[in-house]
Structures are given as C-alpha cells and as structure tokens.
Design a binder for this molecule. Sequence first.
Ligand code: GUN
Length: 287
Amino acid sequence: MAAKLIDGKEVAAAVLTEATALVERVIAAGVTPGLAVVLVGEDPASQSYVSMKERDCAAVGIMSVDYRRPASITQPELEDLVATCNADPSIHGILVQMPLPSHLNAEAVIACIDPEKDVDGFHPVNLGRLIRGVPGFRACTPWGVMRMLDHYGLDPAGKRAVVVGRSTIVGKPQALMLLERDATVTICHSRTPDLAAVCREADILVAAVGRPKMLDGSFVKPGAVVIDVGINRTDAGLVGDVDFDSVMPVAGHLTPVPGGVGPMTRAMLVHNSAVAAARAAGIEPSL
Ligand code: GUN
C-alpha cells in the first residue's frame, strides 16, 4: 500500500480561484486591494518566497507594494515603515517577511502592525483571537494545512493529532487550529522523550521542525495522515522534515515537498489579503 498524495498545488488553485472571485467584487466596489510586502536584508530564501507571494497576488488582482530595505535598517526606521503602511488607506494587508536580521526585535515589529492588516496572523491580537476561537486572521501555513485536510475530507474531529514543533508561526497555531476542530492534540518538541512512540499514536501527524527527513516510517501509524511542513535546502535539493520514501508505504495520506504545504502558505496569504481588502470595501466575505 502506498499513501495517497495530498496535492498542495491543486488545493492552492482552488483557494486562489475563490480569492479571485472575491477580489473581483472588491474591485467592482471601487477598491484596489493592496498588500505591503516588507523584506529586510538579502536572505535568498526570503527573497524567493517574497517574489512568489507577489506573483501570486498579481495573478488574482492584488497590488503588492514592495518595501525592500537593507539589513542595516534600524528598529525605529522599520517600525516607522510599518506605521506608514498602517496609515495608508491604499494598503489593506501588511507582510513583514520573517526571519528579520538578528539585531531587530521581530516581536516589537509585529506588535506595530495594525491587527486588521495583519494578513500573516502573527499579531498578538490575532493569535489571541485564535485562542479565544473568534474570527481573525489565521497564520497562513497552519491555516493552509487545515484547508488541505478539508479539501480531502480528512475531518480532525475525534482524531489524535500530533504536531512536532512549537514555533509561533506554525506549531503552536497549528495545534490550536486542530483543537478548534475537535482533535485531541499533542505538541512535541526537542525535549520530548521517545518522540517516535508519541508520533505513532497520531491519526494526523504534522511535522514542523526544520530538520531534513527527521521523521521516517518508524514515526508513523499505518494509515495516518502525514503533513510535512518542512522546507529544508540541502545539497540534494529541497527536502521536508519527513523521509518521504520511508513514510510513503506506511501513511494513508502524505504531502510531498515541494508541492505540498508550500503552495498553500502562499495561497492563504492571498486569501487573507483578499479578505482584508474586502472588509475595507465594506464587503463581509463568507469564509
Ligand atoms: N517566514 C516563514 N513563513 C512566513 C510567513 O508565513 N510569513 C512571513 N511573513 N514570514 C515567514
């Protein structure tokens, strides 16, 4: 038996089709959706992510405004830039690409973003809304994972879900989103004893650790849904946190890398940006 592949490109295309329809309504209401994209420094991976995000936005009719700044930018200068975007009525969403150079305080920058323009869902207000179970912008990567599960009819309710990784961008919000959908959730991390045994209890296993091929077939319960959030650049190319060849014969569903979660992160950013612009145009989208 081999796992069924979860095709992130296909699900992303469905999300982008919906976003296009919403953008058309926004434009018909006289508003051009605008996304500010802030990129600090020269990190090649960040440059490539940002270019892809801008391309995705352009394809659905969202105008992205590029703010590339040198790594030497100061904290006050970066916070001023965010404040300018907050005050600009032509900007409905603000994306500050992470990670920021280490001399900058990312938490303080995120806290400056107007929560209603925080299309990344990183602001404490939006994370608080997630915890409280009320509507708000949800972080794109874990939100994209939820969309993938829904697309394939993989209902988390009543399932054991294990999230490996506890980052604020993925692991923690992912666990909360699975909990919101009635899964029984465990979060594992580098100090978890016998990680493989905990992972083997999972009906839904989400790997978000950033270590190439760390989870092999011995971590997977037969038939489990395995979602690989890892994007690791190695000499052999892009690889996930999951050892694909070893997990393929064990899992029931599996996301590839590339072509799995990555396209979903970008699609959900477009979705969130379209929603932010719709609200500014007085349209309350049904989500
Ligand atoms: N770095 C890695 N993932 C993301 C993301 O979803 N948004 C931003 N802004 N930075 C990231």
